[in-house]
Design a protein around this ligand. Sequence first.
Ligand code: DGL
Length: 272
Amino acid sequence: MNRLPDAIAAAAHAARPVGVFDSGLGGLTVLQALRARLPQEDFIYFADTAHLPYGDKPEHAIRARSLAIAENLVARGAKAIVIACNTATAAAAESLRDAIKVPVIALEPAVKPAVALSRRGIIAVMATTRTLHSQRFERLVHAYAGDARILAQPCPALAEAIEQEGAEGDTVQALLDRYVHPLALAEVDVVVLGCTHYPWVMQAIRARLPEGVVIVDTGEAVARQVEKRLLQESHLGGGGHFQLATSGDPEAVGQTIRRLCGLMPPVAHWEI
Ligand code: DGL
């Protein structure tokens, strides 16, 4: 009868953090949703800024980065890994699930909810070129689009511009003109944000679309999924803290976070 030590071990495991990563600061939009839904959890967030963008890298390179980061987060005690990046999910979700012993929660463009919301059946998905060219995206469209028309809108350079300039920057605005205006002309009624960087410019996207177009983001759905997995594994618990780290320059990353959301949390540099 080892009930007490078992209970202590389970509580210690539950108190471990959830590891979250992205190519940069897009995944912070997911972290916000996670912290809103699971305020008692601890999170470690890793921004792979030195390797941003993932969106135009070959799949094997993204897979190698994702594996190295997830293994590092697990070595730091992560009880679950959240891939807060559509591009890394498309390239590496299966490999991570094979390689990592803790639950891996991935996200992908919200095509299924978009189809349910669309009245006109014309849906746009804004994402990186890598996500839109992936087999995973092809399978997603095949499984859920039904009669709806899915317009895949690649947005090269947008994630980097958001990190370099913040939501208001001139390059960001010019890129949004280029990527969003065709969607308005195509009379889409739902736009899926298929990259975690894009919620940072949600208002600017909305301003370029006719009234009534619905914009769908995945942050909350992922947070619900993480909660479900932690409940299933009896792993809910922690102290409500979070820690940020980057492979890039922590000071520059701190400034970018301030530009994006007005906060200036401490950021560490980790060699991964
Ligand atoms: N935030 C990432 C995503 O959700 C991609 C940005 C990048 O190209 O690195 O796809």
